[in-house]
Ligand binder design. Structure first.
Ligand SMILES: Cc1cc2nc3c(=O)[nH]c(=O)nc-3n(C[C@H](O)[C@H](O)[C@H](O)COP(=O)(O)O)c2cc1C
Length: 329
């Protein structure tokens, strides 16, 4: 593992060596094994709570991660929904996090207001992920510990504004005084260095990490990502205003056709967006069907590697970028 290159408010807050966060990847892509690899390599990872709907299976993941990290702190991704039924499940998830001494959460979706008191009482750090700086401002007012601002390049849900990560990275530190991580399209150390220079405290990556050896997803899918150059990434589901950046496969093309036709009834979308299709793709390696979260930063994934090797490459690259800048001053 590389020695510490950067000390930021986020490395200090989370007790990690490097300002690198690896965002939660559902449904169960970022599991205990992967998250532990990220933590052991000096970053912070997040197990996706929603990927393990059975409370016992979820608890098992948390215990496995704690064991694999020899008690180092690790994170959980919590999807915040405003529906009542989901809110009951969320309360149950937070209770488990508190009982299992989870270190931090990456919250995404709606406002985390309803679970903030419980998380705070349990001493869990809250990093709220938002797709635009305006939501970072409101999250900071609520009292979260840090915000993660993702730009339009991000695999998954970039929000509806379509603002690039470059703009968000420059804008967020002007608006928010709490620690900030920037995500969306990041996969190199040059970007890490630039993001820190712009005022952020960490980067967040997802798509770049899909080729990590420790991920259980099928090798054929990882090999496809290595061959691809990122131009296969497309934003669909705009008809429902649930913009989703995914691999441009058969399902994505069907969803894009529904968007273009002005469809706005979820029932028309359902056959193409069912979560079971994505799971099937990750299990079999046949990626023709399913909404497979996928950002253009896969262009930086040139081989299947262990997490630590990926992080080390990024840190070496950041170091080179900073040296280069020094020669320009
Ligand atoms: C395969 C995959 C699954 C994801 N699943 C989730 C999820 O369940 N919850 C979430 O908040 N973000 C999810 N994301 C988004 C990531 O946590 C992160 O915000 C995003 O990948 C950063 O942008 P990047 O892909 O350009 O690195 C997912 C991303 C990928 C690539």
């Amino acid at each position: 593992m590389r020695s510490q290159l950067f000390k930021t408010r986020i490395t200090e807050m989370l007790g990690i060596r490097h300002p690198i966060l690896c965002g939660g990847m559902g449904p169960s892509v970022s599991d205990a094994k992967y998250v532990a690899a990220v933590v052991n390599a000096g970053g912070m990872g997040f197990i996706v709570a929603a990927g393990f709907p059975d409370p016992d299976a979820f608890r098992e993941q948390l215990r496995k991660c704690r064991e694999l990290t020899s008690g180092k702190g690790f994170g959980v991704n919590l999807y915040i929904s405003s529906h009542d039924k989901a809110s009951e499940r969320l309360q149950e998830q937070v209770k488990i996090l508190a009982e299992e001494n989870v270190h931090c959460v990456e919250t995404s979706g709606a406002s985390p207001e309803s679970v903030l008191p419980m998380l705070r009482d349990a001493g869990i750090k809250i990093l709220h992920k938002v797709p635009a700086v305006r939501y970072a401002r409101s999250a900071a007012r609520l009292g979260v510990d840090a915000v993660i601002v993702v730009g339009n390049d991000c695999g998954g849900h970039p929000g509806t504004y379509g603002i690039s990560s470059m703009v968000q990275a420059a804008h967020a530190p002007e608006e928010v005084s709490i620690p900030i991580a920037i995500g969306g399209g990041i996969g190199t150390g040059r970007q890490l260095a630039a993001t820190l220079m712009m005022g952020a405290d960490a980067v967040l990556m997802g798509s770049r990490m899909l080729v990590a050896e420790e991920l259980w997803i099928h090798r054929e899918y990882k090999d496809l990502l290595v061959r691809n150059d990122g131009t296969e990434s497309v934003v669909v589901k705009t008809g429902l205003r649930q913009h989703h950046r995914v691999l441009n496969n058969e399902s994505a093309k069907n969803v894009a056709a529904l968007d273009a036709a002005g469809a706005n009834d979820f029932e028309h979308y359902r056959p193409h967006v069912m979560g079971s299709l994505a799971t099937q793709a990750y299990v079999t390696g046949d990626s023709s069907l399913g909404m497979l979260d996928y950002g253009p930063s896969v262009v930086f994934a040139n081989s299947v590697q262990p997490v630590e090797a990926i992080l080390d490459e990024i840190l070496d690259d950041a170091h080179r970028a900073i040296r280069r800048l020094e020669t320009l001053c």
